[in-house]
Design a protein around this ligand. Structure first.
Ligand SMILES: *Cc1c(COP(=O)(O)O)cnc(C)c1O
Length: 370
């Protein structure tokens, strides 16, 4: 079965092999050396002055960022399930929040955010997804973050980059906390979250330590010494070292370029067989299609052609399908996923199979036709 869900993504064989070593103790010079290498590589790839690794799924890092950085009032952007989650976290901790809600295909407007901030001077944190995975939407976080900082540079910008880090180069100039997780573009099994931090975020965290397991001040203190406050996710960190080395071998630029070319080629292929790309501003992490028969298309792709693509969530559960584009994906694999979609359309009597998706994808990727 080909796994084409936008998280978890398949773990390459070399990485699985790298993780198949006996468990080592986390309080040893041997593990601290591995931790140090990974920490330095993460600081580089995230382009942030500081980085923390947490033994949790991505949501743990979302919670940690909010509880450690908010002192009064959060503004959340809800254009999907994950944006909604920021609000749920605030609610769970009795943190005051204001939510700006958008349809799942629509990116946040800079002016909506700046107007809300001007009207609510107590807002000290903005939470936003870079890619909102619910609808495969790219928010213009860079421009939004800059506009917010122009109003008040002390407002902390928490960017959920769980499906953006490792997908594209992110301009982090105005971002204070950049969150990601192991099971998306880094192709690891789930269970490790990472947060890149700005200098201002570090200062804020150190001045007012908060929480227990997700006390980022105590993590900062420990991780700067290449250890963790509690038991580290050793095996996943060993896997992360292997994946970062693998990406580095061919270069980060090539990794981002391949991801982009593949995303656009797959998008062109889907459009060529008459499918509608759902978000108004598609992210590169996945291709998201709206179709009344999305559920049936997925079911045929899975049962008959061995391709597991993701559906939607909530009310769009059966109306969307999402094909992952994160990580190292061989063109022949995604070509087969696109074939499976076209074959499913044929079986459902929507459109006769002509090999169009495959032809358009392959000509885009290998012949550079845009
Ligand atoms: C997957 C995902 C999350 C949630 O991460 P978990 O690892 O499931 O906790 C959060 N935000 C976005 C944008 C995601 O894609």
């Amino acid at each position: 079965m080909l796994l084409f869900t936008p998280g978890p993504t398949p773990t390459p064989e070399a990485i699985r092999v790298a993780m198949s070593v006996p468990t080592i103790h986390h309080r040893t010079p041997e593990f601290e050396e591995i931790f140090k290498v990974v920490r330095e590589k993460l600081i580089q790839i995230m382009d942030m002055p500081e980085v923390l690794m947490l033994a949790s799924s991505g949501t743990g890092a979302m919670e940690a960022a909010i509880t450690n950085l908010c002192k009064s009032h959060v503004l959340t952007i809800n254009a999907g399930k994950f944006g909604e989650r920021f609000g749920k976290i605030c609610k769970a901790f009795d943190i005051t929040y204001t939510e700006l809600k958008y349809s799942w295909d629509t990116p946040a407007l800079v002016s909506d955010i700046t107007d809300t901030i001007k009207a609510n001077p107590s807002i000290d944190v903005l939470c936003i997804q870079i890619c909102e995975s619910a609808g495969g939407l790219r928010h213009n976080v860079e421009e939004i973050a800059k506009a917010v900082k122009d109003i008040n540079k002390d407002i902390m910008i928490i960017a959920d980059g769980i499906t953006a880090v490792g997908v594209e180069k992110i301009d982090v100039t105005h971002i204070d906390a950049l969150i990601t997780g192991s099971q998306k573009a880094f192709m690891l099994p789930p269970g490790l979250a990472m947060i890149g931090l700005s200098k201002a975020a570090v200062t804020k965290i150190e001045n007012t330590p908060k929480g227990f397991y997700f006390n980022l001040a105590s993590e900062l203190k420990n991780q700067r010494k290449n250890t963790t406050a509690y038991t580290a996710a050793t095996t996943l960190i060993i896997g992360l070292k292997a994946i970062l080395e693998l990406i580095e071998k061919e270069g980060l630029d090539k990794f981002y370029n391949d991801t982009k070319n593949r995303a656009l080629a797959a998008k062109a292929a889907l459009e060529a067989i008459g499918l509608k790309i759902y978000p108004k501003t598609p992210a590169l992490a996945m291709n998201t299609v709206y179709h009344e028969k999305a559920k049936e298309i997925r079911s045929i792709a899975k049962k008959k052609y061995g391709v597991n693509i993701a559906g939607g969530q909530d009310e769009l559960k059966d109306k969307l399908f999402r094909i992952n584009n994160m990580g190292l994906i061989a063109p022949y694999e995604i070509a087969w996923a696109l074939n499976a979609v076209e074959l499913a359309l044929d079986e459902l009597g929507i459109k006769a199979y002509e090999g169009t998706a495959n032809r358009v994808f392959v000509s885009n990727i290998f012949k550079g036709i845009q």
